[in-house]
Ligand binder design. Structure first.
Ligand SMILES: *Cc1c(COP(=O)(O)O)cnc(C)c1O
Length: 385
């Protein structure tokens, strides 16, 4: 069966009630037939469920569906995207190791690199997204990992996965990609030589702005290492969230298809609007890395950024003029969302520091939802007016 069908039909086991929807295994622990079975499970002579910090049928179903989508051998789910990222570094790196990372990373990942991992002697060097040819020169003797996000947030810049994959292979480094913005429907980093693909399931995987979660996909060998760390540090995904994510995955291919179509259409309309200075969308021919995007992505995704004429004041006014769009920090929701980083998430930075990460004063980030396309445009055009 094709993945689209498997996402809908591969389910955790049913109970004796033969329910149609998958049961929710909302239990912290599992019972054993007798002391022999208990001993066998604890000694890993027999496979089975022991305790939900280790494994759970709903979590397993979610992970196996994600592994199917990413073309991965195995996976591990966590309580949030950040728990997935931290568990990965916690498991795979040690005192004195070095990370080479693209400069544009999610805010909390940046804090991890600059404030938290250094406590354990793990240092990070940032490299610009558009200079992959010179990344090799920044590799140190103690470099273990190359880390990146593509498309980047909020600039929607594209990093050449094939090139970085080849570099990682040649230098024998682990390549770890945060694939949250693209989703596995639009991009499969493992196909380009990445060793691990990480998601915040909070975004498109849930897709309806409800639960938080994360997942790491890769080889059995790497996932076993991550599992050994996570079993004892406790970032386990709730069975309930896993249950909702598994249901969400049934519609992920359809939802992403619509996010892609609507976002491309909105990007084109914005590009010809007189109040708009420029538009960034991976599948617009005007995007500086359009060719790379076409090579490594199946669709451009649901996010669009643009620069409004009039900078900070116009950006705030635009947000206040929206009637339907939600003002919220989330993305990948069925509801369209607008953010203005310069007056909100990045308002504490000086203008100079903001510009270094590509956040201009009038930059607006849109997460295009699943509403009727003309209604989305109607709200944007009245707010621009
Ligand atoms: C949201 C997000 C994260 C963090 O995920 P949480 O579920 O909020 O912990 C990591 N990377 C990217 C690109 C994100 O958008």
């Amino acid at each position: 069966m094709k993945p689209q069908t498997q996402l809908i039909r591969n389910q955790a086991e049913r109970s004796q009630h033969r329910e149609h929807a998958v049961p929710l295994y909302f239990t912290s622990s599992y019972t054993f037939e007798d002391s022999d079975q208990m001993a066998a499970l604890f000694n890993e002579e027999e496979e089975g469920f022991i305790y939900s910090r280790y494994s759970n049928p709903n979590v397993d179903e979610f992970v196996s569906k994600m592994a199917l989508l990413e073309g991965a051998e195995s996976g591990w789910a966590t309580a949030s995207g950040m728990a997935a990222i931290f568990s990965t570094f916690g498991a795979l790196l040690g005192q004195g190791d070095h990370i080479l990372s693209s400069r544009s990373v999610f805010g909390s990942t940046h804090r991890l690199f600059t404030e938290l991992l250094p406590k354990w002697g793990i240092e990070t060097t940032y490299v610009p997204f558009d200079d992959v040819d010179n990344w090799e020169g920044q590799i140190q003797e103690n470099t273990k990992v190359i880390y990146l996000e593509t498309p980047t947030n909020p600039g929607l810049d594209i990093i050449d996965l094939k090139k970085v994959g080849e570099l990682a292979k040649r230098k024998n480094l682990l390549l770890i990609v945060d694939n949250c913005f693209a989703t596995p429907i639009n991009q499969r980093p493992l196909d380009f030589g990445a060793h691990l693909s990480i998601h915040s399931a909070t975004k498109y995987i849930d897709g309806q702005g409800r639960g938080m979660g994360g997942v790491i996909l890769g080889s059995n060998k790497l996932i076993d290492q991550i599992q050994a760390f996570a079993r004892h540090t406790g970032p386990a995904l709730s069975p309930y969230n896993a249950w909702t994510f598994s249901k969400s995955l049934e519609t992920l291919p359809l939802r992403v298809e619509r996010h892609n179509e609507s976002a491309l259409d909105i990007a084109k309309r914005l590009e010809s609007h007189p109040r708009v200075k420029w538009v960034k969308y991976p599948f617009l021919p005007s995007h500086p890395q359009y060719e790379i995007a076409k090579n490594q992505m199946q669709g451009g995704g649901g996010l669009v950024t643009f620069e409004i004429e009039g900078g900070l004041v116009a950006g705030k006014k635009f947000l206040d003029s929206l009637k339907m769009f939600s003002l919220t920090a989330n993305l990948g929701d069925s509801r369209s969302i607008a953010t203005h980083p310069a007056s909100t998430t990045h308002s504490k930075l000086t203008e100079e520091d903001r510009l270094k990460v590509g956040i201009t004063s009038g930059l607006i980030r849109l997460s295009i939802g699943l509403e009727y396309l003309d209604d989305i445009w109607e709200d944007l055009s009245q707010a621009l007016a």
